[in-house]
Design a protein around this ligand. Structure first.
Ligand code: RFL
Ligand code: PHB
Length: 398
């Protein structure tokens, strides 16, 4: 049995855990990042694609934004399609010239892994955390299973950045935590395709047959989504059916049909909202998807995860360098204010863009909301601020 002693044990090498590890390393604080999957798996997991304005700045200030600035696609608007017509929401014109960056989560994770490996700081892949104990004591004990057998970690603090089904939330007594949850009556079928993007900007589309989203990863790789029934499965979707359905939903009266190409990745994701409150229990701090899930329609999940770290890193540094607990004590409240705003925005986007199968009253309301965005500047402006920079709207000057 091997025991390793560290100041901060970070569970999960997703965007949240890796960025925290990086910032603690820069501050000279000893930390260990534990990840149950292999490096190869984590670097190729296809997920989010939109980085908010303030979060992109934060990655740059953290010293891990060089490649994002070079290769990321800066988008100054998004397209809304409904009733066979296309409408541009001019994000930058509506919001002081600010823009989003389209840069895959896998690339963010790659950049963060490279940065950590370059410093030689511990990042243990294929090491699964199985239990956490002593959260109210002075030392936390974490039992893991590593490629070399059982490994015990002793730490001052543990950060649960282990995603939505993680072990960290499960180690908090149910009586001291509240879980708020909503399940939506649809899922997203997502594909990655070797096809040149159909347009220069993302397209969010509401069609009677269901939602569709056209996104991208590079000038030659597209990322597309279809809203599907939650009980649907990939076996029902041949490549041809996927492309046919995307073509029908995204069609307008005056835009050419989308480009098809080989599908290189596919998956179905259920849509739900979860908020865990508070985000702290003793020496355990929750961050990212471990504490909150949003439906992907607002493109907020990764942004919220990184924004948690913008609050958590200085709080842990103040505690560990100076014994100052004040920021850490406010961590949960500060984050939850932003998280609930993101839940509100993500719910609004989700409910506006996914047509209801039978409720025509609901469908009338959805259309009215969409028309309001494209006809009323104050509504468009509010959407632009939330879409481009929700996670930083509490910051001075935002
Ligand atoms: P992650 O990325 O899930 O990382 C958690 C890591 O913890 C590991 N782990 C463990 N390791 C050791 N021991 C254990 N016991 C462990 N249990 C778990 C896992 O293997 C994993 O590596 O969480 P993090 O860092 O909080 O990051 C959150 C984001 O991944 C997530 O919010 C986004 O992907 C959500 N999301 C989007 N967010 C955006 O901001 N913009 C988008 O455009 C966007 N699109 C999306 C999305 C998520 C999607 N899916 C598939 C859920 C589109 C999709 C389809
Ligand atoms: C993506 O590019 O994967 C993406 C973009 C916008 C969303 C969700 C996902 O709302």
């Amino acid at each position: 049995m091997t025991t390793l002693r560290t100041r901060v044990a970070i569970i999960g090498a997703g965007p949240a855990g890796l960025l925290l590890g990086h910032l603690l390393e820069r501050a000279g604080i000893d930390a260990v990042v534990l990840e149950r999957r292999s490096r190869e798996y984590v670097e190729h997991r296809v997920r989010a694609g939109v980085i908010e304005y303030g979060v992109a700045n934060f990655l740059e200030e953290s010293g891990v934004g060089d490649r994002m600035r070079r290769e990321g696609l800066v988008h100054h608007g998004v397209e809304l399609r409904f009733d066979r017509a296309s409408h541009r929401v001019a994000l930058s014109e509506l919001y002081d010239g600010r823009a989003i960056t389209v840069y895959g989560q896998a690339e963010v994770v790659n950049d963060l892994i490279k940065a950590r490996v370059a410093t030689g700081a511990p990042l243990l892949f294929e090491t699964e955390v199985q239990s956490i104990s002593g959260l109210l004591n002075s030392t936390v004990t974490i039992e893991t299973q590593s490629p070399d057998g059982p490994l015990t970690i002793e730490a001052d603090f543990v950060v649960g950045a282990d995603g939505s089904h993680g072990v960290s939330v499960a180690s908090i007594p149910a009586s001291v935590v509240t879980r708020y949850e909503r399940v939506y009556p649809f899922s997203w079928l997502g594909i990655l395709a070797e096809a040149a993007p159909a347009t220069e900007e993302l397209i969010y589309c509401r069609h009677e047959r269901g939602f569709a989203l056209y996104s991208m990863r590079s000038p030659s790789v597209s990322r597309l989504y279809l809203g599907v029934d939650p009980n649907d499965s990939l076996e029902n979707w041949s490549d041809e059916r996927i492309w046919d359905e995307l073509t029908i939903r995204l069609a307008t009266d005056d835009v050419p049909a989308i480009q098809r190409g080989p599908i290189i990745e596919r998956g179905i994701t259920a849509m739900r909202s979860v908020v865990i409150a508070p985000m702290r229990y003793g020496r355990l701090l929750l961050a990212g998807d471990a504490a909150h899930i949003v439906p992907p329609t607002g493109a907020k999940g990764m942004n919220l995860a990184l924004a948690d770290i913008r609050v958590l890193a200085p709080a842990l540094i103040a505690q560990l360098h100076e014994g100052d607990d004040r920021l850490l004590e406010r961590y949960s409240d500060t984050c939850l204010e932003r998280v609930w705003r993101a839940e509100e925005f993500s719910t609004y986007m989700t409910q506006m863009l996914h047509p209801h199968a039978t409720d025509e009253f609901e469908n009338g309301v959805q259309r009215a909301r969409l028309r309001q965005i494209v006809t009323l500047e104050s509504t468009a402006r509010s959407l632009a601020r939330n879409y481009v920079n929700l996670s930083s709207l509490q910051e001075p000057g935002a």
